[in-house]
Design a protein around this ligand. Structure first.
Ligand code: ADP
Ligand code: MG
Length: 379
């Protein structure tokens, strides 16, 4: 009766709210590592969504605070960080496009958050593994009504070239990005692998890692200077109506955001630095252009923004983890990272859209109106 109507009204209202503000920014502070444990951190305080940094005199001595949707301190566990990511994973199964990316200077913990440390255990696995596990678990729960297929692609963008990380023959040909926005198959030539269990995922991640290492030389750890992207495609078929829902999730470990001093590097290193600067600033430009609701959004200025186009527009849900290092000598990069992130956090996009015609916001709003009318009649 009355209570049920109230409850449903609240549920629908939450659903509509959930569709709003679909860029979220979480900040994560890396702990000191190794022998640094008693160093002084640049982080003055963390409270809910606010982080305050002590700035040395070079940056105008004082304290500077930044607000985000959430701030994770150095003692936050992988599990805790993932807990707040979970609702997004669920929405992939509901047919949304989702993009989760890790931003920050080299060494700030991006790979730790997305993949985990080298000695991987069930406890310290990063978002990539946990997200796929959740997908399998939720798909299993719904299997009476929906039949889900999950497949993945893994690519790397290095010097504005896209490379397949799941090729089994070690081929390194350059791949094209095509914007095919409906279903997220933006790199159609990249290997597409069907996955149905945690074991499949572990095997594929190992293959991806191996292929990534092949591209690096002994003196050149390329992983911090390329963007890597694990794309998960989900297709759900309604067993009664036959209707198909498609969701897609990009999990992106970005290249290090540190500015390279142009006077100190030359040759390949300079070229890499320029490509990274350009693609990360293209990302910033896309986001601020979305924030200003410009008619033209410059997605085409970099491979990264082309790849993420469907996940950064008003139709998708985006989560950015910004990482900072606590060391004093990193404070310059820390401040520029936080300023970049603050710009991203201020974006409020339109409602996210399900890749299916029926249940959109208009529908929900109508249902709310109907329920409100029903409530009014009861009173
Ligand atoms: P990035 O990918 O940004 O270059 P990494 O993820 O490789 O940085 O992190 C640098 C080092 O710090 C690694 O040894 C990593 O295991 C460690 N590390 C990063 N974040 C954490 C954390 N939250 N807890 C413990 N160790 C961490
Ligand atoms: Mg890394």
């Amino acid at each position: 009766g009355y209570h049920r109507v109230l409850e449903e009204n609240r549920k629908l209202y939450n659903q509509v709210q959930d569709l709003k503000g679909n860029i979220r920014v979480y900040c994560r502070v890396r702990p000191f590592i190794g022998r640094q444990s008693n160093f002084t951190s640049t982080v003055d305080s963390i409270e809910e969504g606010t982080i305050s940094i002590n700035t040395p005199s070079k940056y105008g001595k004082g304290r500077r605070s930044f607000n985000f949707n959430k701030v994770f301190g150095p003692s936050a566990t992988q599990g805790e960080v993932f807990e707040d990511t979970r609702p997004l994973i669920r929405s992939v199964l509901d047919g949304y496009n989702v993009c989760i990316f890790a931003y920050g200077q080299t060494g700030s913990g991006k790979t730790h958050t997305m993949t985990g440390p080298k000695d991987l255990t069930e406890d310290n696995q990063g978002v990539n593994y946990r997200a796929l596990n959740d997908l399998f678990f939720l798909a299993e729960q719904r299997k009476g009504t929906l039949q889900y297929d999950v497949s993945v692609q893994m690519i790397e963008i290095y010097n504005e070239q896209v490379r397949d990380l799941l090729s089994t023959d070690g081929s390194t040909k350059r791949l094209e990005i095509r914007n095919n926005s409906q279903n997220g198959f933006n790199v159609p030539e990249a290997s597409l692998m069907r996955v149905s269990s945690t074991y499949d995922v572990i095997d594929l991640m190992a293959l991806g890692h191996k292929n990534r290492v092949v591209g690096a030389t002994a003196l050149n750890d390329r992983s911090s200077r390329s963007h890597s992207c694990l794309t998960v495609h989900v297709q759900g078929r309604d067993l009664t109506s036959g209707a198909v829902l498609r969701g897609c999730m990009h999990l992106v470990d970005l290249a290090g955001s540190e500015r390279v001093d142009k006077s100190e590097v030359t040759g390949d290193r300079l070229k890499e630095a320029q490509h990274i600067n350009r693609s990360l600033s293209a990302l910033g430009d896309v986001i601020s252009s979305l924030a200003q609701k410009n008619a033209h959004v410059p997605y085409r200025n970099s491979k990264l923004t082309q790849l993420l186009q469907d996940s950064l527009g008003g139709q998708a849900k985006t989560l950015m983890f910004v990482h900072i290092s606590p060391e004093l000598d990193a404070v310059g990069e820390t401040l520029s990272t936080l300023k970049f992130a603050e710009r991203v956090a201020s974006v409020e996009l339109g409602a996210a859209r399900v890749n299916k015609d029926s249940s959109d916001v208009k529908d929900l709003k109508e249902q709310i109106a109907n329920l409100k009318a029903a409530l009014a009649r009861k009173e």
